[in-house]
Every structure is written in structure tokens, then in C-alpha cells.
Design a protein around this ligand. Structure first.
Ligand SMILES: Cc1ncc(COP(=O)(O)O)c(C=O)c1O
Length: 414
């Protein structure tokens, strides 16, 4: 829901919604936070990561890999730093990265984008998503998004003054309910925000689903913003299809991705957006006043990474797929109902076979009782009931870490 301007209660002004010293302004004379942040709180990841530290738990909460990406790419950053690439990069990104992103879109999807006007670099996909929504959504515009939502979507739609309309992906297979998508469109809808492969469900939108979205977008003249950060992590026979490859979609789609998941450098925060020059320019229009420009020495290194051979991409996918299988089989043997993901970093389970029905309570007790951290789906939904019994587990971890987590969970007498 959009934030409605109103006066804050003294408790809110003190910052109680945002526990922690940074938000505690004490006297009440200074506002604790703006209406734009109302109800957003701190992310569940902060709470769960703190619990993981306190309890020495295996952290399958946050989605980052515990193995670094290629050493040659690390060397490329060092080289860039030692050879004067340390000052502001151009706002839209260094030419070699924009060219590498354009070449990547051509190589994997046959898409032609002009590296000078149809590609821009961002500080991770997160910034591109925020800048795209701030640059393209007006207050009161309705944005249709898939829930469970990646958490930044809720925040930035609200900060842009947009109104979020969720379309719920439901267990067990988390397919797109096309009728519900159609029903969510109103005369105020301007944008569809997609994410495939999807976090947290692991669903990868198939051609039928993408065609249905394209039909709706074209019929209602909507913009599509699509988050494809897991584009190289689609498993088994599943294929990632960018919606911009569908007829009539390239001209209305802004595609966002990043090097974090594809090259296992989530801390470098190198992302990008590709699409029609006008959409890229709108994204850059907002980005220039957020960060202006993104990490200079990381950009040539990610350009080099994008040019790695197919063997790199194949082995990344194979490794993640086997980690997925290891975790899913382990969780299933313990008794969870497991929804094996088609893509991404996360597996989802239903906890009800183990006698629980509330994921938040389950995840809060798990570090203490089992020494494992996971994330309740509920925090990603407006429709809390749809997410209540579901829990998300990251498998972007070494096999021995996943084994340890499964052993600990197995010893837990539930
Ligand atoms: C769906 C999705 N989008 C975006 C991001 C963030 O990407 P980046 O680290 O490049 O900002 C993540 C990270 O977990 C994600 O899962």
C-alpha cells in the first residue's frame, strides 16, 4: 500500500519500529523515519543472521555462496586497482562492461542491445530495481508483482509512491495463476514487475506463462521490469527465457541482472539494466542521484567474467544443482514436504508434516533447538496464509555445510 502522509506517534518518532541505536533519536524532536519507510521495519535477514551468530548456527537463511568465484576475475579487480581504475566510472558504466553485457545478451538470448544507450551499470541489481521503479513509477501507479516478493520490491514500490498488487504463486508448483494476473490489472496499472528464476519459490517461468504475461502487457500497454539475477541457474531441463525475447516485448521491457549470483561475487554489487534507451535513461535518471556511479575496478573484472567460456556457466549450474539435490533429499528424509526448485538458490519446504504450522515461530526456535537458520516465507507475502507453513532454505553452500545442516535438523526431535 502506498504510504499516506500523516503525523507520527511519539513511539514511532522515537524509532521503535526500527530498533537499534541508529534510529533512536530520543527527544521526539527529530522524526524517526519518513512516511515512505512506514511499516517496512528491518529485514528478517538481519534478525536471523544475528540469531545465527548468537547460536553458532549453520546459516541457510541468507542467499550468498560460501565459495568465491573464479580467481582470474579476482585478479582482474586487483589489476584494475593497480592500474588506475580507482576514480569515478562513467555514470552509465565503463564501456567494456556495457559491451560485455550487450555481448552476453546476444550470446545467450540472441538479443541485440546498443551498449551505449540500451545498457546501464548499477550498484547490484538492487539499485537497478530501485532506480527503475523510482524513474518509471508515478505516485498512485499500480505495480503488479508476484508474491512471495523479493523483499526490496515491496520497499521500493512504496518509496516510489506506487501501489502494489500481488499475484500469489502457490505451493506445490508455484505456477503463474494467469486469471489472477488478469484480474489484478486495473486502469491504474502501469507496470508488471517479474522475477524469474524466482526467489524464494525457485519457479522458472515457462514459455506459456511468459506468453500470458506478454499478452496482458501488450493488451494494456504496460511496462515490464524483470529481475533475472538467477538467469544462469535454471536446473534439469528447465530453460530460462527472458521475457524481452517474446514478440512485442523488447520495446516495453527493462531487464535487470547482476554478477553477484552468476559469478559468486555477491559482495561486489555489480548489476545492470538492458532495454529500450528511454527505459534505461529513466533508470539512470534516478540512479545518478542515488550512487551516481558504481564500483570502478569491479566493472572491468565483471566484463571479463561475462566473457568466460560455456564450461564456467555449465559447471556453476551443475554444482548448484547437486547442492540443491543434496539439501532437498536431506530435508525430505527428515520428513518435510519439499518443493524442489527449478532454479535459483533456494528450496522451499512445508513444515506441517513435522507438526508445525507457522514458519515464523518455527524459524525463530530453530537456531536454539537445532543450530540451523532458515527464513519463513510469510515475510514475503501480503497473503500471509499462503506463506504460513512454508520455509526457505539456501543451498548456495558447500556440500559439507549442507550435510551439517541436515544432520543437525535430523537430530532435532520435533
Ligand atoms: C530476486 C533477487 N533480486 C535481486 C537480488 C539482489 O541482487 P544484487 O546483489 O545484485 O543487488 C537478489 C539477491 O538475493 C535476489 O534474490
Amino acid at each position: 500500500m502506498p504510504a499516506s502522509p500523516r503525523r507520527f506517534t511519539p513511539r514511532e518518532r522515537r524509532g521503535d519500529l526500527f530498533p537499534g541505536p541508529a534510529w533512536r533519536v530520543g527527544s521526539g524532536d527529530v522524526k524517526g523515519h519518513s512516511a515512505r519507510l512506514e511499516g517496512l521495519g528491518t529485514t528478517i535477514f538481519a534478525e536471523m543472521s544475528a540469531l545465527a551468530l548468537q547460536t553458532g548456527s549453520v546459516n541457510l537463511g541468507q542467499g550468498f555462496p560460501d565459495t568465491d568465484g573464479p580467481a582470474s576475475v579476482v585478479e582482474a579487480v586487483t589489476h584494475a586497482m593497480q592500474h588506475g581504475r580507482n576514480q569515478y566510472a562513467p555514470g552509465i558504466g565503463v564501456p567494456e562492461l556495457r559491451e560485455a553485457v550487450a555481448a552476453h545478451q546476444k550470446r545467450w538470448y540472441g538479443l541485440e542491445v546498443d551498449p551505449d544507450t540500451e545498457v546501464a551499470v548499477s550498484t547490484g541489481a538492487t539499485e537497478a530495481i530501485a532506480a527503475a521503479l523510482l524513474g518509471l513509477v508515478d505516485p498512485g501507479d499500480e505495480v503488479v508483482a508476484l508474491e512471495p516478493y523479493y523483499d526490496s520490491y515491496v520497499a521500493v514500490i512504496q518509496m516510489a509512491g506506487g501501489v502494489r498488487r500481488g499475484v500469489t504463486l502457490r505451493a506445490p508448483d508455484f505456477r503463474l495463476p494467469v486469471d489472477e494476473l488478469r484480474a489484478a490489472i486495473t486502469p491504474r496499472t502501469t507496470t508488471i514487475l517479474l522475477n524469474s528464476p524466482h526467489n524464494p519459490t525457485g519457479a522458472v517461468m515457462n514459455r506459456d506463462e511468459l506468453e500470458a504475461v506478454a499478452e496482458v502487457a501488450i493488451e494494456h500497454d504496460l511496462l515490464v521490469i524483470t529481475d533475472e539475477v538467477y538467469e544462469h541457474l535454471a536446473y534439469d531441463d528447465t530453460q530460462h527465457i527472458p521475457i524481452s525475447t517474446l514478440p512485442g516485448m523488447a520495446e516495453r521491457t527493462l531487464t535487470i541482472s547482476s554478477g553477484g549470483k552468476t559469478f559468486s561475487f555477491t559482495g561486489w554489487k555489480v548489476g545492470w539494466a538492458t532495454g529500450p534507451a528511454s527505459l534505461v535513461a529513466a533508470m539512470v535518471g534516478a540512479k545518478q542521484f542515488m550512487t551516481y556511479t558504481s564500483g570502478a575496478p569491479f566493472q572491468p573484472a565483471i566484463a571479463q567474467a561475462l566473457e568466460l567460456g560455456d564450461d564456467y556457466f555449465d559447471s556453476l549450474r551443475a554444482r548448484m544443482e547437486s547442492q540443491r539435490d543434496l539439501l532437498c533429499e536431506g530435508l525430505e528424509a527428515i520428513g518435510f514436504d519439499v518443493f524442489v526448485p527449478e532454479g535459483g538458490y533456494f528450496a522451499t519446504t512445508d513444515i506441517r508434516p513435522l507438526g508445525f504450522d507457522d514458519g515464523v515461530e518455527f524459524c525463530r526456535m530453530l537456531p536454539e533447538r537445532a543450530g540451523v537458520v532458515a527464513i519463513p516465507h510469510q515475510v514475503f507475502y501480503d497473503d500471509k496464509e499462503a506463506g504460513r507453513p512454508l520455509v526457505r532454505w539456501a543451498f548456495s553452500k558447500k556440500p559439507e555445510v549442507l550435510d551439517e545442516a541436515v544432520t543437525r535438523l535430523g537430530e532435532l526431535r520435533l
